[in-house]
Design a protein. Structure first.
Length: 387
């Protein structure tokens, strides 16, 4: 691997805020409900971690900051301002630095959003999830469809870039109902939508309910495929094509932070359960942190580092990650970059075979999955990667 390979993807900072008002039944993210949060202690820990990582990376250009969670819109604007002030003092920032904050409609207030904007947040991602009240209740959401639309209007008044999430393939959802709902969403959308098929993860409330035979009305594979195909067709016709399997944007409005991940750039992960990838002295490291908020906070306070583990990635592992993430993108991956990472090319016979099945296409140095191929990425990777 070339020491500077990460530059092809850029450098981002992910900050995890682990607290929520309630735990959604489908959620397998690291989120926790807490009655009392010491904002001062959390601020000191975040600033300490920013300084620690900055000392390791040196003054590389920062392309994006992402406040994820949990529900980062429960953070005080003063806390967000302190974090971003420290970020700007630690790294030189790109002229078009993207600063995204995730928000739930229940925690959206006009004054709070004005404070975020003043602090430097310039993009908000709203967890809308559904545009009808019955499905919002089924998903365990605490907001109504009307509250979601009102939150969206508040966000639009403060930020030029606003994205929101919807979940489809929900219980008892028909293809016609989803087409109608997606049409409503596109009428609202500015430039970006994240559209996820409902997946039932073990260990979640939905996972437990499914295991007991209580989660009825989920779509079968055929309907799931039809829902996905309709999503691609409708969004593309509306001028928001899929630039990644589940993400749609007008050209130029893609999430720059997520592109850092998918283009195999470097990113620092700060906060409970945050993962990172950092290239230091020619070695690419995978970092992670303790999941429990109290454990992470104690670790930072007592040891000066929130990291739990740091493992060097082999060239082969880095190559797997590059293909795994990059083939999710409509733009695809660079064959020469893959060879530079691993030292070995992808065998042409493997590419040719998958091309014959209509799953891959090449254009000079670029390898990309076709629309059909992006629904079968796991199978494609099994064929492409070394035995």
């Amino acid at each position: 691997m070339t020491a500077e390979d990460w530059r092809a993807g850029g450098f981002g900072l992910y900050l995890h805020w682990p607290f929520c008002l309630a735990k959604c039944p489908y959620c397998d993210f690291n989120s926790h409900v807490a009655a009392d949060i010491d904002m001062g202690a959390w601020q000191a820990a975040y600033l300490s971690e920013i300084r620690r990582v900055g000392a390791e990376t040196g003054p590389r250009i920062l392309n994006s900051v992402f406040f994820g969670g949990g529900t980062p819109s429960l953070m005080s604007p003063d806390l967000v301002d302190a974090i971003l002030t420290e970020v700007r003092a630690t790294w030189p920032c790109a002229n078009d630095l993207e600063v995204t904050l995730e928000a739930n409609p229940t925690s959206v207030e006009a004054g709070r959003f004005a404070g975020y904007a003043q602090a430097g947040v310039n993009r908000v991602s709203l967890g809308v999830q559904a545009l009808n009240d019955d499905d919002l209740r089924r998903l365990g959401r605490m907001h109504t469809a009307a509250e979601a639309r009102a939150a969206y209007d508040i966000a639009r008044a403060q930020f030029q870039r606003v994205s929101f999430d919807l979940i489809y393939a929900r219980q008892d959802q028909s293809l016609d109902a989803w087409r109608a709902e997606l049409g409503q969403a596109l009428a609202m959308a500015v430039d970006h939508l994240s559209l996820y098929q409902l997946t039932i993860e073990p260990g979640t409330a939905f996972g437990d309910r499914l295991a007991r035979g209580g989660l009825r009305g989920l779509p079968d594979d055929d309907l799931g495929a039809d829902l996905y195909a309709a999503t691609q067709e409708i969004c593309e016709s509306a001028g928001l094509p899929a630039y990644e399997v589940s993400n749609h944007a007008r050209p130029g409005a893609e999430s720059r932070h997520n592109l850092v991940y998918w283009r195999s750039g470097d990113y620092a992960g700060i906060g409970p359960g945050a993962h990172g990838r950092l290239t230091l002295n020619g070695t690419r490291w995978a970092t992670d942190t303790p999941l429990a908020p109290a454990q992470w906070l104690t670790r930072v306070t007592q040891t000066g580092s929130g990291e739990a583990t740091r493992n060097a990635l082999s060239a082969a592992d880095h190559g797997v990650e590059y293909l795994l993430m990059g083939l999710r993108l409509a733009e695809g991956v660079s064959l020469s970059r893959y060879r530079g990472i691993t030292g070995d090319p992808i065998e042409p016979i493997k590419i040719n075979s998958l091309q014959e099945f209509g799953l891959l296409e090449t254009d000079g140095d670029t390898l990309r999955a076709t629309a059909r191929g992006r629904t079968l990425l796991n199978a494609i990777l099994r064929e492409l990667l070394p035995d």
